[in-house]
Structures are given as structure tokens and as C-alpha cells.
Design a protein around this ligand. Structure first.
Ligand code: PEP
Ligand code: MG
Length: 754
């Protein structure tokens, strides 16, 4: 049953034409359940009706013509109730609506099941039978399971269909909704970067140049055959001749007479080389999968392996052929620091990440680079973004694909307005960070990505509140040496003379894996991350601390920050290692230099440590609140998971109350506390934090000018009056409204974004 379900869903996913996909679906379901009729209706929210899209059993002439209102008939009822409806005699039910066009008089039994994606009903799947009987629990659960699986395939299916056509640039595809990653607006062309791919990631696409596709395919076959020759040569002597014969089989399979022929036929039908390969490989592999003989079933794996190798070569040539557009919108399954490094900064205008959410590190990188980003938009398969004209709206979290010129024009005006506002903030960057009533703020930068950019403004900041050291580790193919780290850290420390630079020890794990140190975990954010990993690998920790201490010689502005502390023993162990590293370095420099002892602080981002503040304050010099992780751990919402992205909100009343208590406690303990999470760099967030009494904020350098501009217009005593109302709010939405109203009264709201 599971296999049947999987195959039915796969068939729908792979068929680029929606009409064909649904036609296949209904007959497959009808056969699988041995019933007499299966139909599918899709919701049209504009017309408030369900349209019959495919049927095997009802009158086919009604397809695309018969529509049933959202509040009409049994179909509408399934949609309203959002649950299956199973009736032995449908025509006797008061909700039954006679629809002569579909010719369903012969059917009595009816089972309708909604197809729901993210709480939205996309359609209704029905099966019908002439015998008057209630469908069995098995049949019902089959249809429910199918509905759940179909939902993610059908969502935006029409969009896929349009985008799969050969000249997507000329097609108005529409709007895709994701999550806000980084604010701003950009217009550019989609440029896809992907790690080594498999067939699941390939979406079917047509081509209008079969000649070119054919020659691409031949080239890939040639390279694959040469690869097999090399492999066979290397293995000869290690493998018996009968095992080596597999390479001859592969050669033959690739020849025109077998798979090659089929693939050529697909290309002649108008499919691009990759799609043709996928269609043929999957068809044959599936035929082998279904065989009873175990030996023959294994041949399915061979076909897939062979196909994968040809696909890799096709993708290689394709990536080489794609010229970088003038304005690049980088699109990837998961945007990584390495990918960002591949695109020249001047050309990169926006980021679209199919996975990830608002505070994924890809989004944080985008904010640091000052380019808009939209996260978690998985409706369009990866390769179909390639070459698309895109408007990325990082304020709304949506993307317009192939927009009309008039729309581009409107967005260009918004971009101009944005630039105007930015210039206004920048003009005050050199002024002191203080409120209208004269209260002083420490405004620091979060750094670690675009270091050249960030240090140019060092004179206008109060230092670096968070230097994320992991990025230099991520973009290499091995751990950086002590000397490499010294050079890096020296640059940062000397870039901020006489100002504190808070360097965080390596915080990899979670959504920041090291390519050369893969960690596979079920719950990476609750796993081996940050200090947990580096304390288990003192050789990594010690080298990093030594490099920091050496870089600090002659500078004296280093502060060390420990990430992901959840337990006091971790603090003790870290302090012990820092001490050890200090003695080693002091020994090494042999009294020729003074090795300053840096202040050490702890990140408050795991809730447990918030309850041990008095002990913590006795052990370390300062703390820095990481609201990004604190939010995910307090709310139990993975910051990287778009499915729960709407639940991740640092303005959640519980998070705000926790921060308020933290502020009061650290104040009472005279324990210096700063905020370095993204909340400090957002207008609403920083105002609430200031109202709570926090006055040390660290944010990406892009936000600094705006936040300074805003704080300079605020009277702290007025803001503090707002705090009880904010803390009494019951939802993030209410919190936002309260602060927006305050900003509106001060005529500041419309000056904060275009
Ligand atoms: C945080 O968690 O708030 C933080 C600043 O660290 P990161 O985003 O790097 O996890
Ligand atoms: Mg963190």
C-alpha cells in the first residue's frame, strides 16, 4: 500500500502538465482501490468554487466546466468540514446537489477527502461506487494519506507547469510567497547554484533547441564512458573478470540501441537532455523495481547509478554554460556562505533560499550584506528558477516571477525611495548614539562576513558586539591554521582601535555545518553545537583561543564570547582552557610582549542559563543575549524550518517577558549585558529593548545607521511608559501594533521603510 501510494504521488510530481498529472492520478487511484470512479476537484479561491479537473468514471466532457460553489453540494461540504465524508447513499443526503453534467446517477457510495496544504484547502478527491456501502476504513485512510502527500505536490502545480515550458522568460508565472529573510527590494535574474544533484531535484523542462540538447547528451555520454574506462582500468586486478563485466554492460546500456535510443526519442519530443534522461532512467528503474526476481530488481540500482553519472556530467556542462547575469538573484536549496563567496558582490542583488526561515544563517548573511532575501519558497522546483526574471520583495517575503514591465517600474520607484531613506540614515551615522533626551547607547556591529565593508564604518560604532568566527571556517576546505586565524583576527582587532571587539568562539553545528567535518544528527539545533562541540575537541578550541590571544598582542581590545552555554560546568571548562592557552602564549612570546588577559563573556541563548545568572555573573565578565536562539529554544520552534516559520517570532510575549526579567536581573547583579541577536537591529525590537533598560546593542552594520537615526528621535521616558502595555500584550501581532502606533504618533513609521 505504501509503495502504491508513493508511486501515485511520484507520477503526479513528475508530470509537468497538470491536466495529464491529474488524469493519471484519478485512474491510478481508481485501479489501486478497485473502485468505479475517482475524481479530483481543485479550489478556485477567486471564484469561491471547486472545479472538476479530472475524472475516471464521471462524464469526461464535464472536466474544466463543472464548478461547485464552496458552500454547495457534498464537495463543498468536504471543503468546509476539512475532513473526509463517507456516505453509503450520497444522493439521499440533504447536502447532495444534482449536477446532471457529470452523470453520476449510477453511483450511490461516496467518499470525499480534502487536499489541505498549510491549513488551506486546495481541492477535494472523491471515489464513488454503484453499490450502496460505506467505504472501508482502509480505503478511507488510503485516500486521507494520499491527500496529505498530494498537497505539497499540487500546491502551485500550475506555476510549475508554466515554468517548465521552454521559454519561461516570456511567461507571467505569478507570485510566490515565502518568509521574510532580509528586507529590501531587488530586481534581477534567477541564478541557481546547487550541490551535486540527484534525479529528485530535477524538474521536467522542455527545450526549444533539440539539436543542442542532443549534443549535450552525447557529450555527457562520451565523458561517462571515458569515466567507466578509467574505473575499469583502476579496478582490473582487484576485481574478478565477471565483476568487471558490469562496465561493459554500462557501455552497452548507454549505446544508442538501448537507453540511448529512448533518451534521443524524448529529446526529439521536446524535452531537455536532463528531463529526457530522468524520464527514461526512472521508467526503466521502476520496471526493474517491480520485478519478482531479486537479481533483476537489483538492476534498477544499476540503471539509477548509470543515470546519476550521466546527470552529473550534464549538470557540470550546464553550470559552465550559464553565464552569470548582470544582476544575480542567487537561488539555492540552502544558501551557504560558500555560495555567496562564488558570486561577485557587485552582481549579487538578492537571495532566494528554498529552505530555511527568518533567522537561518543564510538570512542573517543576507542582512549583513544588505540585500533582500526570501526564505522557504519551495513551490517552484530549483532548476525552474534558472534565468527567470524576478522581483524579490524582502519586506513582504514574496517573489514576483516574470513580472510585467509596469510592475517592475513600480518596484523600481520603491527601490529609489528605499535608497533615499538610507541616505537619510547614513547622513547621521557620525552623530552620537543617544536618545532625544540624551540617554547614551552603545551601538556596536555584528561582524564576521563582509569584513572590509564593516570596518570602513568602525569610527562610527562603539566596537564589535559579536564577531562570528565560523564563517572563515565554513568557506575553507579544512580547519584554518593558527597562523591563518591570527591574521584574520588581527585585521578585526586593529580595525577597531581602542574599541571592544567581542569574538565568539566557533559556533558550528545547527544550520552551520563545516563541509570538512560533517555531522549528521536528527535534531542538529539540540545537538552537538557551539561550545558542546569545541569542548569535546579542545585541539580546535585551544588553537582558536591562542590565535585570538596572539592577535590581541598590541591591540588589547579582545573580548571572548562563549556560544550555546547551557550549563555552568561548560563555563568552568572553557575558562580553564582559556587560562591554559594564555599561559602557552605567554610562554611562547617569552616576555617580549605583554599578553593581555581578555574579558570573557557568555551568550545567553539557551533558556537554562537564564536561571543561573547570579552564579554566572561571579564567573565571567559580561553576557550577550542571542535573541535568535533564545527565541527558538523558548518557543520550541526550529529557526531554520519554514513549516513553522510563522511561529518563530522574537516579539512573542513570552520572549519579551523573559528578556524583561533578564534585564532586571542583570541590572540588579551589575552584570553587563548586551543584545546581539537580530532583534536589536530591528526598529520595533530595539525600542522595546530600550524601554526595558537595555542600552548596549549589536547589529549588522547595515542596520546601524537606521537604528541610530531612530533612537536619536525617541524620548526614553515616553518609551518607558509604553512598556507595561507591551508586556501585557497577548500576541506578537498586538506587540507590533502597539509599537507601530507609537511610531505613527511620532510620525516616524513611514520613514522606516519605503
Ligand atoms: C543568536 O543566537 O541570537 C546569535 C546572535 O547567534 P547566531 O545567530 O549566530 O546563532
Ligand atoms: Mg546563537
Amino acid at each position: 500500500m505504501l509503495g502504491q501510494l508513493r508511486r501515485i504521488v511520484q507520477d503526479v510530481a513528475q508530470e509537468p502538465s497538470l491536466a495529464n498529472a491529474l488524469a493519471g492520478l484519478v485512474s491510478n487511484v481508481k485501479n489501486a482501490l478497485q473502485t468505479e470512479c475517482c475524481s479530483v476537484y481543485l479550489a478556485d479561491y477567486q471564484q469561491q468554487q471547486f472545479m472538476l479537473m479530472a475524472t475516471d468514471g464521471l462524464n469526461k466532457d464535464a472536466i474544466g466546466k463543472v464548478a461547485i460553489g464552496f458552500s454547495e453540494g457534498l464537495i463543498g461540504w468536504v471543503g468546509q468540514r476539512e475532513e473526509p465524508i463517507n456516505l453509503a447513499a450520497a444522493h439521499l443526503h440533504p447536502r447532495f446537489k444534482v449536477t446532471p453534467e457529470v452523470s453520476e446517477d449510477c453511483f450511490s457510495a461516496f467518499l470525499g477527502c480534502p487536499i489541505i496544504h498549510h491549513r488551506k484547502v486546495l481541492g477535494v478527491l472523491t471515489i464513488q461506487q454503484s453499490a450502496s456501502r460505506v467505504f472501508s476504513e482502509d480505503e478511507e485512510s488510503f485516500l486521507v494519506t494520499l491527500g496529505v502527500q498530494l498537497a505539497s505536490v499540487l500546491v502551485n502545480a500550475e506555476m510549475r507547469e508554466l515554468a517548465s515550458q521552454s521559454s519561461p522568460k516570456h511567461v507571467h508565472v505569478g507570485q510566490l510567497q515565502g518568509l521574510i529573510g532580509a528586507p529590501g527590494i531587488a530586481i534581477g535574474q534567477g541564478f541557481v547554484l546547487q550541490p551535486a544533484s540527484d534525479f529528485d531535484a530535477i524538474s521536467l523542462q522542455k527545450s526549444d533547441d533539440p539539436e543542442k540538447e542532443l549534443s549535450r547528451f552525447y557529450r555527457a555520454v562520451k565523458v561517462t564512458k571515458a569515466e567507466f574506462n578509467r574505473l575499469a582500468e583502476r579496478m582490473s586486478g582487484h576485481l574478478p573478470p565477471d565483476a568487471l563485466a558490469i562496465f561493459d554492460v554500462y557501455h552497452q546500456l548507454l549505446d544508442a540501441a538501448s537507453l540511448g535510443n529512448e533518451i534521443e526519442a524524448q529529446i526529439a519530443e521536446g524535452w531537455c537532455a536532463k528531463s529526457s534522461l530522468k524520464r527514461v532512467v526512472e521508467k526503466f528503474a521502476r520496471q526493474f523495481d517491480d520485478m519478482d526476481d531479486a537479481y533483476l530488481r537489483e538492476r534498477g540500482t544499476d540503471i539509477r547509478d548509470l543515470g546519476q553519472r550521466v546527470l552529473n556530467h550534464l549538470l557540470e556542462t550546464e553550470q559552465r554554460h550559464h553565464k552569470l547575469p548582470e544582476h544575480v538573484v542567487l537561488v539555492a536549496e540552502n544558501v551557504t556562505a560558500t555560495m555567496l563567496a562564488e558570486i561577485p558582490r557587485v552582481q549579487l542583488v538578492a537571495i532566494v533560499s528554498l529552505k530555511g526561515s527568518v533567522n537561518s544563517h543564510a538570512a542573517i548573511m543576507a542582512r549583513a550584506l544588505g540585500i533582500p532575501a526570501v526564505m522557504g519558497v519551495d513551490e517552484l522546483p530549483l532548476m525552474q528558477w534558472q534565468g527567470q526574471q524576478l522581483i524579490v520583495d524582502g519586506y513582504q517575503g514574496n517573489i514576483l516571477v516574470s513580472p510585467a514591465e509596469a510592475i517592475c517600474h513600480e518596484y523600481r520607484q520603491l527601490m529609489n525611495k528605499d535608497a533615499e531613506l538610507n541616505a537619510r540614515y547614513q547622513a547621521e551615522l557620525h552623530l552620537p548614539g543617544q536618545s532625544a533626551c540624551g540617554a547614551r547607547f552603545n551601538l556596536m556591529v555584528n561582524s564576521g562576513l563582509a569584513i572590509e565593508l564593516e570596518t570602513t564604518q568602525s569610527e562610527f560604532t562603539d566596537g564589535v558586539g559579536l564577531y562570528r568566527t565560523e564563517f572563515p571556517f565554513i568557506i575553507r576546505s579544512r580547519f584554518p591554521t593558527e597562523q591563518e586565524q591570527i591574521e584574520l583576527y588581527s585585521k578585526v582587532l586593529t580595525g577597531y582601535p581602542d574599541k571592544p571587539v567581542v569574538m565568539r568562539t566557533l559556533d558550528v553545528g545547527g544550520d552551520k555545518p563545516l563541509p570538512y567535518f560533517p555531522i549528521s544528527e536528527e535534531n542538529p539545533f539540540l545537538g552537538w553545537r557551539g561550545i558542546r562541540l569545541t569542548l569535546d575537541h579542545p585541539e580546535i578550541f585551544l588553537v582558536q583561543i591562542r590565535a585570538m590571544l596572539k592577535a590581541n598582542i598590541g591591540n588589547g581590545n579582545l573580548h571572548i564570547l562563549l556560544p550555546m552555554i547551557s550549563d555552568l560546568a561548560e563555563v568552568d571548562e572553557s575558562l580553564r582552557l582559556i587560562k591554559q592557552a594564555w599561559f602557552e602564549v605567554d610562554d611562547e612570546v617569552n616576555q617580549q610582549h605583554v599578553v593581555p588577559k581578555p574579558k570573557v563573556g557568555v551568550m545567553i541563548e539557551v533558556p537554562s542559563i537564564m536561571y543561573q545568572l547570579p552564579e554566572l555573573a561571579r564567573k565571567v565578565d559580561f553576557c550577550s543575549v542571542g535573541t535568535n536562539d533564545l527565541t527558538q529554544y523558548l518557543l520550541a520552534v526550529d529557526r531554520n524550518n519554514p513549516r513553522v516559520g510563522n511561529l518563530y517570532d522574537a516579539l512573542h510575549p513570552s520572549v519579551l517577558r523573559a528578556l524583561h526579567q533578564l534585564g532586571q536581573q542583570t541590572h540588579g547583579l551589575q552584570f553587563p549585558a548586551s543584545i546581539c541577536g537580530e532583534l536589536a537591529g530591528e526598529p520595533i525590537g530595539v525600542l522595546i529593548l530600550a524601554a526595558m533598560g537595555f542600552n548596549r546593542f549589536s547589529m549588522n552594520h547595515r542596520n546601524l545607521a537606521k537604528i541610530k537615526w531612530l533612537l536619536r528621535r525617541i524620548d526614553l521616558s515616553e518609551l518607558k511608559l509604553l512598556l507595561p502595555e507591551i508586556l501585557a500584550c497577548q500576541s506578537p501581532k498586538q506587540v507590533r501594533l502597539q509599537v507601530q502606533r507609537f511610531l505613527d504618533q511620532k510620525q516616524l513609521l513611514n520613514q522606516l521603510r519605503a
